[in-house]
Design a protein around this ligand. Structure first.
Ligand code: SF4
Length: 73
């Protein structure tokens, strides 16, 4: 599965890092690192993180998502 985080929206609340630690991690106080391509068995973590994000910054399987390098925000 693929995901993308809208880093213009992300406010570094870290809810995703708590709920999906295999996929999302904080780098410092506010910067978010994440894996844009995730094994299917991580889907529950990703969906929980997306649901918990206060600013709906996590997009899952959105049309047009493509493989990209991990992103630092
Ligand atoms: S929960 Fe949302 S706002 Fe918070 S770090 Fe994750 S993507 Fe950013």
């Amino acid at each position: 599965m693929r995901l993308v985080v809208d880093l213009n929206r992300c406010q570094g609340y870290a809810q995703c890092a708590f709920l999906g630690p295999d996929v999302f991690r904080m780098h410092g106080e506010e910067a978010l690192l994440y894996d844009p391509v995730v094994p299917e068995d991580r889907r529950p973590q990703v969906l929980a993180a997306a649901a918990a994000c206060p600013v709906q910054a996590i997009l899952v399987d959105a049309p047009g998502l493509r493989e990209v390098d991990p992103v630092v925000g």
